[in-house]
Design a protein around this ligand. Structure first.
Ligand SMILES: [Ca+2]
Ligand SMILES: [Ca+2]
Length: 221
């Protein structure tokens, strides 16, 4: 500032002061921004969108059951070809039969079906479970066991926790483990000519179809 005129030193000082002020302001600005990001990552509650991909597996079985006899059909995860990543949502059994004796005018037999709530880890308290039924007119019966508690297939938005937390919540393969029993009892109704030898109705063939609904959770932040 040697060659500067007297009055210029004031301008130079003002310029320097401006640079310092801008510098300070920049510092303060970055300080606030960094601090804010810190606070966000520390206290901001994350939202997680959870969606489900459903699939199902089916199978069938048939069993000849004598008059007055109860047979048990067992179902377990080991019997189906589900991937380890697939959780069990619910199982539906469809039970049907007709009169197979071949006797003239033989009425339908009485068939009772029942799933005892044990031996298998499921949502036994679910009010929508349908664990027993009976028929004496060859009508189809349907039983349903809800397996994974809280699962209804609809998308969910959760707040807080971590992605791992929600993944663990929806990959608990304890649900659906064990052996599920379906008990079937037959009580035959005799044809009108059953007093004749060889004209009795001694049993019934019961057909059971099962469908397992499986799901995989997809969790995104
Ligand atoms: Ca009959
Ligand atoms: Ca029969």
């Amino acid at each position: 500032m040697f060659l500067a005129k007297e009055g210029d030193s004031g301008k130079a000082f003002a310029l320097l002061a401006t640079v310092v002020v801008v510098g300070l302001a920049f510092h303060a600005y970055s300080f606030i921004v960094v601090k804010e990001n810190d606070i966000l990552s520390k206290y901001n509650i994350q939202e997680y969108s959870i969606s489900f991909e459903e699939s199902s597996l089916q199978g069938s079985d048939s069993v000849l059951i004598g008059d007055g006899v109860t047979e048990t059909i067992q179902f377990s995860r080991e019997m189906i070809n589900a991937d380890v990543s697939q959780m069990m949502a619910r199982i539906t059994f469809t039970i049907n039969y007709e009169e197979t004796s071949g006797q003239i005018a033989d009425p339908c037999d009485e068939v009772l079906v029942n799933i005892p709530p044990n031996g298998f880890v499921a949502d036994w308290q679910n009010a929508a479970n349908d664990l027993s039924d009976s028929s004496d007119d060859c009508e189809t019966m349907t039983l349903t066991v809800f397996v994974y508690p809280g699962y209804n297939g609809e998308d969910i938005t959760e707040e807080g926790q971590s992605k791992e937390y929600w993944e663990t919540m929806w990959t608990n393969s304890t649900y659906g483990s064990g052996v599920l029993s379906l008990e079937i009892s037959v009580d035959t109704n005799q044809p009108p000519g059953s007093i004749l030898p060889g004209a009795t109705d001694d049993n019934e063939e019961i057909n059971v179809q099962w469908e397992v609904t499986l799901f995989e959770a997809n969790i995104e932040r």
